[in-house]
Design a protein around this ligand. Structure first.
Ligand code: C5P
Length: 218
């Protein structure tokens, strides 16, 4: 049995940072499942498809046909092209949120996510890691943080990558994305029944990482 640690939560809760650091400390592989939805939004948009439910099957077929590669230094290649930066914009995040509401798209990405399991273990970052993709995982963490705090975190992330960022717009985007992620019919964002909740509004990333490590060791 390959151990899986699930880290779920809303946008900007700090999941990505915490998941990456836990994976590094344990020498585990990292699954950034949000990247898969971001890639799907990107390839569909590039193919000229409107991100609407009527296109869901076509978008699912399109993503299934792409050759995806995840490098050990966390770059993402689609048919050999590095899209690591292109999928990080706010627009790519909103597009990811749109395509992720389509059940056909979610189904098309299940196998890709399961294939990330490898010894000595996997840290899986997303929205439904603990509820849908790895329901038997021995540790499920649900990371939360206030909207204000998450908007500030996103702002700093975007600026540090040299991408455009506007606090007001980020705040509105986050609330829209949270509402869509939580109220959709397909895999709505919610903590798994056996998830341990961790509020990441005040403490440092280091403290959150340490808490997860302590839970894992317990
Ligand atoms: O985490 P990230 O911001 O990269 O995710 C982008 C979008 O992809 C989220 O807003 C969410 O709608 C969707 N997503 C999802 N299920 C996941 C990961 C991400 O629906 N496991």
């Amino acid at each position: 049995q390959i151990p899986v640690i699930c880290i779920d939560g809303p946008s900007g809760s700090g999941k990505g940072t915490v998941a990456a650091q836990v994976a590094e400390r344990l020498g585990y592989r990292l699954l950034d499942s949000g990247a898969l939805y971001r890639i799907t939004g990107l390839v569909a948009t590039r193919a000229g498809m409107a991100l609407e439910a009527t296109n869901a099957e076509r978008i699912a077929a399109l993503i299934a046909a792409q050759q995806l590669e995840f490098t050990s230094d966390q770059r993402v290649l689609v048919n050999g092209e590095d899209v690591s930066l292109a999928i990080r914009t706010e627009e790519a995040g909103m597009n990811a949120s749109k395509v992720s509401a389509f059940p056909a798209v979610r189904s098309a990405l299940v196998g890709v996510q399961h294939a990330f399991r490898a010894l000595p273990g996997l840290v899986a970052d997303g929205r439904d890691m603990g509820t849908v993709i790895f329901p038997h995982a021995p540790l499920k963490v649900y990371l939360t943080a206030s909207v204000q705090c998450r908007a500030e975190r996103r702002y700093k992330q975007l600026i540090s990558k040299g991408l455009p960022a506007n606090m007001q717009a980020l705040f509105a985007d986050l609330e829209a994305r949270d509402a869509r992620d939580m109220h959709r019919a397909a895999a709505p964002l919610k903590p798994a029944e056996d998830a341990l909740q961790l509020d990441n509004s005040t403490g440092t990333a280091e403290e959150a990482v340490q808490q997860v490590m302590d839970w894992w060791a317990a």
